[in-house]
Design a protein around this ligand. Structure first.
Ligand code: ADP
Ligand code: GLC
Length: 480
């Protein structure tokens, strides 16, 4: 089965969050299951530089009037075949995939991601000129949302289309006037089209026109059908219920394995975990100017800073956490006010709190290894990957019972517990979970038993890849 996987980021070429991890791992897992998968993503400078074996592919001309566009055939470093959408006018610029160095969204994002979607739809419809024609176009998030729309607008037979929602809050909404600019009929600006509260929404377009819709955990698939968590799209999702499902993401243990992770001062498996983690903790305490206390429970955070992640709650409990003898290490970036608040906390609580603002892949691994517990107090979480990595690293996740967090962590009150869950996104809720964490930490045997169980969980990508294979089959059935 030939599948075109459409994404706006993929590790290790370009990554800003979990979608990058998924796009960097799921295609390879699908290929291992016998599927013929190719990835398509924008030709950002970093992607052009890091992709291997680049050769010229189909020339798309100037499809939407935004500039010359051609496809470059290449490979991910692990061999997964890749198309890069080479349109220098849209993608050849310094800065991030979605925003400039000053964090402002690129003003032409509608053009940039319409072009990605258009190129994907073109490959889906016409193929690459060398007999590679996908049976399914798998769009991810709003950036690929127009691919199913173009496919349905263009006449004649085409592939099945699936859209995966990684986060329903990011919808790609623009003024209605952009429709014609991106080559779509203004007639689509209607409630059962891509109109959303007076704007044109790329995500809504995808949800409306894709043959199948899915998201990254079964619980989030239910949650987004409610007015509280559907971000205005719950009605549409309830309407599409029969074609909506949830598939839990996996963890890439080629990368997230403490027994062979190159970023750690000491590697460890289940058996040497206590000693290995102690060495990693000492190392991190030294590197980050934390007091060298072996016995202080170290709480880690590796996260984007946004309202979703609930890190304001961590700020609010930080003093109590320190008073109880804990230490806190935070790696994150995003909301400027939150960044500033965390830096101020680190300054005021030297020795007990260490904060690094920014994006740092090796440090993310070191924090996972050094911490005793990882805090993920999200208000909502479609899947969440850091809690999966934490478990493999013998770091107990302290998570809010929502979305994929609820689907992956078992509370230590249960016989096979692997972490600590709490229900309300409030200071009281988080603090009660932390009290339970401190109590468990004091009971060394119980802690070590939970740590062992957490490390032995298997969230590898194979299960998810098989579920996607089945979903692709259903997508083809729905399309025909
Ligand atoms: P989301 O996609 O909502 O950000 P996930 O838990 O699915 O959340 O994925 C986050 C990914 O991004 C993980 O791989 C995590 O390690 C990584 N990450 C988040 N913030 C940072 C950061 N500041 N530095 C390095 N890696 C980060
Ligand atoms: C989104 C979600 C996160 C999920 C990731 C990958 O960024 O916020 O929960 O794990 O996508 O699917």
């Amino acid at each position: 089965m030939k599948v075109l996987f459409v994404t706006s980021e993929a590790h290790p070429l370009v990554k800003t969050g979990g979608l990058g991890d998924v796009a960097g791992a799921l295609p390879a897992a699908l290929i291992a299951e016998g599927l013929d998968v190719r990835v398509i993503m924008p030709g950002y400078p970093a992607a052009m530089e890091r992709a291997e074996g680049r050769t010229d592919g189909p020339d798309l001309g100037d499809p939407l009037g935004f500039g010359r566009t051609r496809l470059i055939a290449a490979r991910m470093p692990d061999g997964v075949p890749l198309w890069l959408v080479d349109c220098p006018a849209l993608f050849d610029r310094p800065g991030g995939p979605y925003n400039d160095a000053g964090r402002a969204d690129w003003p032409d994002n509608h053009r940039r991601f319409a072009t990605l979607s258009w190129a994907a739809a073109y490959l889906g419809k016409v193929g690459d000129g060398r007999a590679w024609l996908p049976a399914v176009v798998h769009a991810n998030d709003w950036q690929a949302g127009l691919a199913p729309v173009y496919l349905k607008q263009w006449r004649g037979p085409g592939p099945g289309s699936l859209i995966t929602i990684h986060n329903i809050l990011f919808q790609g909404r623009f003024p209605r006037t952009i429709l014609e600019e991106v080559g779509l009929s203004p007639e689509l600006f209607r409630i059962d089209g891509i109109e959303f509260h007076g704007q044109a929404s790329f995500l809504k377009g995808g949800l409306q026109f894709a043959d199948r819709v899915n998201t990254v955990s079964p619980t989030y698939a239910r949650e987004i059908q409610t007015p509280e968590m559907g971000a205005g799209l719950d009605g549409l999702l309830r309407h599409r219920k029969a074609h909506l499902s949830g598939i839990l993401n996996g963890a890439d243990y080629e990368i997230w394995d403490p027994s062979r992770n190159p970023n750690l001062i000491r590697n460890y498996g289940v058996d040497g975990a206590v000693e290995g983690k102690a060495a990693c903790k000492r190392d991190l305490q030294m590197r980050m100017d934390l007091d060298p206390k072996a016995e202080a429970p170290l709480f880690g955070v590796v996260s984007r800073m946004s309202d979703q992640k609930g890190l304001d709650l961590v700020l609010a409990v930080a003093d109590r956490l320190i008073a109880a003898g804990g230490q806190l290490v935070v790696l994150g970036s995003g909301d400027p006010a939150e960044e500033t608040a965390y830096m101020a906390l680190a300054e005021a609580r030297k020795g007990s709190v260490a904060v690094q603002v920014g994006y740092d892949e090796p440090l993310a691994h070191r924090i996972q290894a050094a911490s005793d517990a990882l805090l993920v107090p999200s208000r909502f979480e479609p899947c969440g990957l850091t809690q999966l990595y934490a478990m493999r690293f013998g770091t107990l996740p302290v998570v809010r019972r929502t979305g994929g967090l609820a689907d992956t962590v078992i509370d230590v009150r249960e016989p096979h517990g692997t972490g600590i869950l709490f229900d309300t996104a409030s200071v009281v809720g988080l603090w009660s979970a932390l009290e339970r964490t401190f109590a468990l930490y004091a009971d060394r045997d119980a802690w070590r038993a939970a740590l062992r169980r957490a490390m032995q969980q298997d969230f590898g990508w194979t299960r998810a890849a098989r579920a996607y294979r089945d979903l692709y089959r259903k997508t083809i059935e729905t399309a025909t």
